[in-house]
Design a protein around this ligand. Structure first.
Ligand code: DC
Length: 220
């Protein structure tokens, strides 16, 4: 990146199964952005808590685990299961854990992008809490039924009803928690992916990024 060029920061939020991950990776490739899936940070803590047989009420031990989490940890295996996701959602309610992980996310957002044009973070509260000054905020959503179907295709050993129930619980917890609940920022572009193909959702998001924060000179 040219040293005088402003680095771009893109925020993507929304519930699980709305297509955030796919869209974020598409945008990262298209616009040469460094990417962080922030849900994985919560999943790292959740996975370790499950391994150590901790409950979501064992605050001190959970905080100790969280203090050692770095962005490098998100590449580890075993983070994608619904079991880890459910625990991550319970852990994400705890303000002290959020405070620690918020700092990890903000440090990533302002880190040197190297050869990249900027960064893209996907999560639940990027545009509202982590980086409200992001250059472009996108909120992806979709009907719960469709989101459950999409998750089911990824998790072949769990039945649709089970996924549906787990997702409904998770949505409720993520949206109703007191600290940083799942919400679209007022100035976010909302994309409802219920009736969109992956390709259509990606192209729509790319259009918003291109037009809101990338001058034509930076078009990739
Ligand atoms: O995006 P995901 O399914 O990997 O996220 C797992 C959980 O982590 C999710 O249920 C809520 C929590 N989370 C959060 O509270 N804030 C974020 N920025 C990202 C995830």
């Amino acid at each position: 990146m040219d040293k005088d060029q402003k680095k771009v920061i893109i925020a993507i939020d929304g519930p699980s199964g709305a297509g955030k991950g796919t869209v974020a990776h598409y945008l990262a490739n298209k616009f040469n952005l460094k990417i962080l899936d922030t849900g994985l940070l919560y999943r790292v803590v959740a996975k370790m808590a499950l391994q150590q047989k901790l409950g979501s009420d064992q605050l001190e031990k959970l905080i100790e685990i969280t203090r050692n989490v770095t962005v490098e940890d998100v590449t580890q295996e075993g983070l994608r299961s619904e079991k880890v996701a459910a625990m991550a959602s319970k852990i994400a309610i705890i303000p002290a854990i959020r405070t620690i992980l918020n700092q990890v996310q903000r440090d990533f957002a302002v880190s040197d992008p190297g050869d990249h044009l900027g960064v893209i973070l996907d999560g639940r509260d990027i545009g509202t809490v982590i980086y409200p000054d992001a250059d472009c905020k996108i909120y992806l959503t979709a009907d719960q039924e469709i989101r459950a179907l999409r998750r089911m295709k990824q998790e072949s050993n769990v039945c649709q009803l089970e996924i549906h129930q787990m997702m409904a619980e998770r949505d409720k917890r993520d949206s109703s928690r007191t600290t940083a609940p799942l919400n679209a920022a007022k100035d976010a572009y909302i994309i409802d992916t219920t009736h969109l193909t992956i390709d259509e959702a990606c192209k729509k998001a790319a259009y918003y990024v291109q037009n809101s924060c990338l001058p034509s000179a930076m078009t990739v």
